[in-house]
Design a protein around this ligand. Structure first.
Ligand code: AHG
Ligand code: MN
Ligand code: MN
Length: 340
């Protein structure tokens, strides 16, 4: 596929590679592409909201301005529901999964979507990049019946596609359908995404580490040992640098391009970790592996964890393989259930 082809062309070309494909996945990816454009528009004008609000204005629909994560959730949900292309959705912003019914007949769609509609939302007020994460599976219960919790609690290794949108200095959509990772940049003037980052790969080694070090005192001993190891490497003259945006999508994106590791371990405050297995870790782990990277909870592959609940949290170690191997080595010097 040539560089600078559009995302639309790319999706159609990819569809031909799936034998006997009905085009359902392509339609679903197109819907995500569209919803991301709408959210992008809203994210970009976030800085204006207070200025407009100060004049006593309401928005164009006469509604009060909503919080952006609620807005993003609604836009993605509405787009997927209106287009009748999935049979179920689970979102970080919803307590339970949503069963999608069709208007006149039983819903014949086979895909479900899980998403974090707005990741890194604490960064919105300060003009720092945020993102959207999505994960797609085929349902396992029979088509035509309402989806059940079983459809959503599948292992990450069953994902059909996953991706993210990063609303950054430019807006990018990065996704995989299981044959590599490709990144598309939005041209806002035309509303078209162009293939700008074909076949994205984590460098095998990296020198960036991304972790909220303020929690150091509460980290498991394995993570403390890994951070000490990095400090000793620096002492020896090896280069490391710490970069932490606090927006998983942006930290992951940078680390994939430059080489690095992202860690969100357990801590006293978050005894199971903070990130959600289904909406954050599984899709990022699928992308990481498709880009020659690794993703574990310190002991096992994220994609092999059998989920037990929708909003389950897990520790997350993700990035350049030599760095994840090293941090896992330090973690595995201690039992997984050790009390700190
Ligand atoms: P969300 O905005 O969807 O709640 O996710 C925020 C996540 C992740 O994106 C980020 O890396 C992490 O939480 C930051 O947590 P800390 O502020 O605890 O470091
Ligand atoms: Mn998030
Ligand atoms: Mn979120």
């Amino acid at each position: 596929m040539k560089k600078h082809s559009t995302l639309g062309e790319f999706i159609i070309n990819n569809q031909k590679e799936f034998q006997g494909s009905s085009g359902e996945l392509s339609r679903l990816l197109n819907a995500i592409r569209l919803a991301a454009k709408v959210v992008n528009h809203e994210v970009n004008k976030a800085g204006l909201v207070n200025i407009l609000g100060a004049a006593g204005e309401t928005n164009i629909q006469g509604e009060d301005q909503q919080k952006l994560d609620v807005y993003a959730n609604e836009k993605f949900m509405q787009t997927l529901i209106n287009r009748e292309i999935v049979c179920g959705i689970a979102s970080e912003e919803e307590d339970d999964f949503v069963i999608i019914k069709s208007n006149n007949e039983a819903n014949k769609n086979k895909y479900i979507v899980l998403m974090d509609p707005l990741d890194g939302s604490s960064n919105i007020d300060v003009n720092v990049s945020v993102g959207t994460i999505f994960s797609i599976y085929e349902r396992i219960t029979p088509i035509g019946k309402p989806v059940t919790i079983e459809d959503f609690l599948q292992c990450g290794n069953k994902q059909v596609a996953a991706g993210y949108v990063v609303y950054g200095t430019s807006t990018m959509l990065v996704y995989t359908t299981g044959s590599g990772v490709n990144g598309f940049t939005l041209n806002p003037a035309l509303g078209t995404y162009y293939l700008s980052h074909p076949k994205m790969k984590f460098p095998r080694k990296g020198n960036i580490y991304s972790i909220n070090e303020a929690n150091y005192i509460h980290f498991p001993q394995g993570v403390k040992d890994y951070l000490k190891y990095i400090q000793k490497e620096v002492e020896k003259g090896n280069q490391y640098t710490s970069r932490y945006i606090g927006s998983l999508v942006s930290d992951f994106h940078r680390n994939m391009i430059k080489g690095g590791i992202y860690i969100y371990p357990t801590s006293l405050k978050n005894p199971k970790g903070k990130l959600r297995l289904l909406y954050e870790c599984n899709p990022m782990a699928f992308l990481a592996e498709q880009a020659n990277g690794m993703a574990t909870d310190g002991y096992q592959r994220i994609l092999d964890i059998k989920p037990t609940e929708l909003h389950q949290r897990v520790p997350f170690f993700c990035g350049s393989p030599s760095m994840v191997e090293k941090s896992d080595y330090f973690m595995q010097q201690y039992p997984e259930d050790a009390d700190y």
